[in-house]
Design a protein around this ligand. Sequence first.
Ligand code: PLP
Length: 415
Amino acid sequence: MDDWQNVIRKRDFPMIARGNCRGKSTVYLDNAATTQCPRPVLWAMEDYWSLRHANVHRGVYCLSARATEALEETRQLTADFLRVSRDEIVFTSGATDSANMLAEAFALGELKRGDLVLATEMEHNSNLLPWLEACRRTGAVLELVKIREDGELDMEDLYRRLEKKPRLLAVTAVSNVLGTVNPLSQIVSSAHSAGAAVAVDAAQAMRCDLPELKSPDCDFLFFSGHKLMGPTGIGVLYAKAEWIDRLPPVRYGGGMLRELRIPEPEYESGVGKFEAGTLNLSGIAGLGAALEYLQVVGRRRIAAYERELLRHAEERLSSIDGLRILGAPKRRSGVLSFLLPPLQAYDAAVLLDKKGFALRSGRHCADALHARLGISGSVRLSPAFYNTGEELDRFGDALEQIAALSRTVGAGKHG
Ligand code: PLP
């Protein structure tokens, strides 16, 4: 374990350092689902609730002004994190909410019957179903770009479909099952040449320190705070300035109205038009603290360490007899999914839980991907920078024991 990692583990992540749940040993390896909040994030939220709680924008009094400043500070921090303008950052309740808002706005303002929208076979349902529904509502058509056996996006298939001049391509930066890091620059420039806008799901990508996500070329990008050491219930939708101007609001209410004219009200022009009602202010405080925390620990250091952890895990798991790792992409980040036949994924996860390892089984909300691979589920390992190589070694040993046991039972059944 590196020194910095030892320090942050003990100081900032009590649940990880304690390593047990109801007295039972637990190594948390489900970070693709959600990450733990470090203490500074918890403090920021406590500070907000105990000393700063007031509604924003609407008050002339000091507390309200201060709450508004705090909100705008987090907007600036988020913009700095992505190296974009603060006028392009909309707060939502999470990646799913961001994608739904975007698809609704697209359906309302952009799509018409016969238009084509592309998503990919590796999308999380959150970047697929909103587009499917937008298409159903408008009479547009949704097609899925294929993936290859190795878990890479099939670029030839993408180029072929781009020839049909789609209006938008919805694509994930990193697959939440295969860990594939998609070649975003190439994808975005090809889509733009074909006249398509690009919506990037960065939910799994924000800790990877990808160069493509700094001053991104895409039109839209979204993520959730809780996969980035922040709290649940807060997310971000980045939209390029021209789209902020062009897209219509899809939520209506307080804070987004400029002038009430019936029947044609005038709405705010900037990001405010997408932020109707009271935002999750403590979540925004937590998100701001999480972004600062990642900067202080070091985004590059975190990404490099997590890459090394995953490489270590892949090497260890590859040596287990009968274990099949899904995909072999050139660049893998964050997650590694596998099958351990004859065990079902669910059973493998239950046995791993009994041995003290918390990780997820199922389709991971990537139904199109599992259908494409012809499997009903997988087990997903997703370490974060507070995990250690030693934990992954123990995990590998536990898997080996489970694999051996299932072979014995399988042989007994057939013998
Ligand atoms: N997109 C991807 C790639 C994800 O992994 C997830 C969550 O697992 C989401 C979107 C949805 O995130 P949330 O549930 O925070 O809205």
